[in-house]
Design a protein around this ligand. Structure first.
Ligand code: 13P
Ligand code: SF4
Length: 328
């Protein structure tokens, strides 16, 4: 027995996870920012919106959610009768941390004529205080359906909000949160990298600050970036989002080169999401074996949060996998 992991030495984690999955009638959902071995064992790998839909549609009894807490909570909000396990319950998000519910409530109360359009990267409490949730793949489509005359609060990601405001020429009151991962890309290092690869386009996630997005040929969600990677005509692509997504690109297009955009130190290690990285194969195995840690949400809060998520799912329509925000 390994004292640190509590797992018998010699256990074949891949075989055991597959066996437990059958035994539990479980589905493994993974975000593109998960470690390659987790992506490879998942039943489905997707962006936030796609994973929400899968969680809602599945007839599995157990959802093993390999992502961060707000994603697993979204799965529980949409599928309350299923057991939802998250391999590491400490897998949070800097955007969620930036937006405490009491402060968000006060902000809303200070602007009673505004509706709250809120990025899914937030707590269940903040979802319950919001009118409509968006993901990066659905935000533009949803915002375009809101009448011009309606004032809007957008939170918690000021970069996604700023990008949408510029693209749709729409003024919004922005909550000042950032993703620490996308914030860490360096414009200076990106310019140097572009000079080394003058023919390589740049694909960026809209969580990046404007000084990075301004260098992008394509801006979109993780699924959108992946679709762009599959369709761009060249042989090298610079990828300005969490670098684990490159695993899917290399699997789909082994003949092409994908380079993670650099941070200030000139490499992309500082752009690995420290929260996503908390999930490991050992923890996934234990979560299926012991059905813990589980996500629990108090029913009144769940029903309140579900309203804003249901609005997103209605308004997003068939956005799933369509490539979303598109060229700048
Ligand atoms: P998407 O998968 O919706 O692009 O979101 C990225 C993200 O921030 C995950 O934490
Ligand atoms: Fe949150 Fe950024 Fe990590 Fe996504 S990449 S979970 S937004 S900290």
């Amino acid at each position: 027995m390994n004292a640190r992991t509590g797992i018998l030495s010699g256990t074949d984690l891949v075989d055991e996870i597959k066996r437990l999955k059958e035994e539990r009638n479980a589905i493994i959902l993974a975000h593109y920012y998960q470690k390659p071995e987790i992506q490879d064992i998942a039943d489905y790998v997707g962006d936030s919106l796609e994973l929400s839909r899968k969680a809602q549609e599945t007839d599995a009894d157990v959802i093993a959610f390999c992502g961060v807490k707000f994603m697993a909570e979204t799965a529980k909000i949409l599928s309350p009768n299923k057991t939802v396990v998250l391999p590491d319950l400490d897998a949070g998000c800097s955007l969620e941390d930036s937006c405490p519910p009491d402060k968000f409530k006060a902000f809303r109360e200070a602007h009673p004529d505004h509706i709250a359009l809120t990025y899914i990267n937030c707590s269940t409490e903040v979802k319950a205080l919001s009118d409509i949730i968006v993901t990066s793949s659905s935000a533009e489509k949803i915002l375009a359906q809101i009448p011009e005359s309606q004032p809007i609060i957008f939170g918690p990601d000021k970069h996604l909000g700023g990008y949408l405001a510029r693209k749709l020429n729409r003024e919004m009151l922005l909550w000042p949160g950032v993703c620490i991962v996308h914030e860490a890309f360096s414009e200076t290092e990106l310019i140097k990298l572009k000079a080394q690869h003058p023919d390589a386009p740049v694909a960026a996630h809209p969580e990046c600050p404007a000084h990075i997005v301004d260098h992008a040929d394509y801006v979109g969600s993780t699924s959108g970036i992946l679709n762009f990677a599959k369709s761009f005509p060249g042989d090298t692509l610079i990828v300005a989002t969490e670098p684990h997504i490159i695993h899917q690109m290399e699997k789909a297009l082994p003949e092409k080169t994908f380079i993670g955009a650099p941070g200030a130190d000139g490499n992309c290690n500082c752009n690995i999401c420290p929260y996503m990285a908390l999930n490991t194969m050992e923890k996934l195995y234990r979560s299926l074996r012991d059905l813990t840690p589980q996500v629990h949400i108090e029913e009144e809060l769940r029903l309140q949060a579900k309203k804003s998520l249901d609005r997103m799912l209605e308004m997003a329509g068939g956005t799933v996998g369509k490539g979303d925000l598109g060229a700048r």
